[in-house]
Every structure is written in C-alpha cells, then in structure tokens.
Design a protein around this ligand. Sequence first.
Ligand code: SF4
Length: 324
Amino acid sequence: MVALVAVENLVKHFPVKRSLADVVAGRHPVVHAVDNVSFTLDENETVGLLGESGCGKTSTGRLLLKLDQPTSGRIEIAGKDLATLAGADLKAFRRTAQLVFQNPFDALNPRFNIRRVLAEPMINAGIDRREYADRINAELARVRMQGVGDLLDKFPHQLSGGQLQRIVLARALILGPKFIVADEPVSMLDVSVRAGVLNLMREIQETLGLTAIYISHDLALVRYVAARTFVMYLATVVEDGPTEQVISSPQHPYTKALLAAVPVPHVNQNREPLPIKGNMPNARNPPSGCRFHDRCPMAIARCAAEVPALREIEPGHRAACHLA
Ligand code: SF4
C-alpha cells in the first residue's frame, strides 16, 4: 500500500476574543481544535474519525482539505506538502480532494438549479464547457439519479433530503477526486434513507478506489464503512486501529464509554456500563496530563500529571492511556 495522506504533529488553535483579564495578564487565549495529531492513510483506504461534537474531528477534516491553515505541523497528500501549494498546484489539489457536506439542505446554493449546481465545480476548475453534459450525466448515473424527470431544471428545495445528498455526492465526484472527506454524511437524513445513501457511497468508493475519511459521532456508521478508526477526544487522538479491533477490544476508557453508550439490541447480551461524568472540558483550557482524567472512572494520580503517549498495544492498534 502507498500512503496517500501523511499527517505529522498537526495542530490547529483558533484565537478567541481576549477579555479584560486576558489583556491585563498578557494572555492570548486560544481554542484547542487539534493538538499533535499524526497518522497516515493508504490509497483506497477508508477510515473513520469518531468522537463527540467539539472533539476536533471536523477541524482535522478541514485541515486535510486545506480549507483551514494549521497552526503547526505538516500534511502531505500524494507526496505534496499542503502548506506550499499555490497557484496551479492548489487548483489541481482542489480537484483531487473533495468534501461531502453534512447538511445537504445548506450545501447547495438555493438560487441555482441542479444543472448549475453540478456545473459550478467545473466552472471553477476551468473544465471545457463541452464536457459539462457528459460529466453531469455520468455522475447522475453513478448516484442513481439519472432519468429523474426534469431533475436538472429543479431547485434544491424541490428535492427530498436523500435526493439532495446524492446531488451533493455527484457534485463532489464530478472533478474525479482521489480523496474525499465525508462530514457526518447522513446525519441530517431520515433514518429510512440513510442506509441507501451509505451503501451507495461505499459502492462508489470501492469502484473508484477513493481514499475516504468519514467523520462521525455514530459508532455504527463508522463500523459499517471504515476499515480503520481514530477515536478523538478534546483535540487529540486517544485510540486508533482496525475498526473491529477497536470495537471488540477497546483499550481507552473513553472508547469503552462510547461503546457502552450504544444501545444493545439483544436482551441476553450484556455490555458493562462505563458511565463517564460531566461534559467535555472547555477546549480553551484543556486539563493537564491526560485530557480525559477528570471524567475517567479509572483515573489514578499519575493521570493528572503526565500526558499518556499514544503507543502500540497490539499490531496496528494504539491507545493513549497509562493503564492500557
Ligand atoms: Fe483514564 Fe488515566 Fe487512562 Fe487517561 S491515562 S484514560 S485518566 S486511566
């Protein structure tokens, strides 16, 4: 396998407005969105970024698409350092890396009909106009929307949520990307259409050999689509590994808590509850040592003082916990 994406010590801090006390104390407060995240993704690989909202998974996805600039760290995609991309190279990158938005109702310009929605990326990328019709037809066929009446003349508000998400997908694919980031791709859809959209995405990804990151708080979704999973907590990766290994043998108490929160469908199947207290701490002031220590039911004195390293517990499976 060839690494398509290589992320090294990625950090993203967002400055926040200084209070009078900050000014007096000379402080420049920041929100810690991503702290020291490192990983690689192979070509054709599908991974999940899992965690509660505010854990940094969407920020990580945006950095990978160069929609935000990192505070520090390095991202290489197909051997190119994203920080140095500009001009024609940046334009080429925009064609190869695409975002599938969470909310199809917000993702599309309501004043554009579907023909224009799908043409927009091609206009921005400088594609020859004579290719538009063929490309639009090909992508509509791929997302099973070809032959839907006068679809191209309709406006987004005239389509259902499931149809809109297929159009969002077609738009993301129309420039022939190699890498997609899908941010909670079905969370805004009715349960009845989620499986259809997810199956379609998985099928397309396998057919086209795409590398994909699914960002989700939904363990079942990640389990369904991702071969490898990264669990994030308060801007850091606390556990990663093959998805089935992470689920069947979780090593970090936070992962165990996420698993414990998933409803078990069978009356005879017990899962030991592992409740965690409180809410995620303020990302302006992450706790010292292990960031999970003030919620962790297994915390020991060392946890508040020493940051646990993300270390390999078994081949390919890492966890950041002193007790793992
Ligand atoms: Fe809990 Fe300590 Fe492990 Fe952190 S390092 S997850 S506080 S046991």
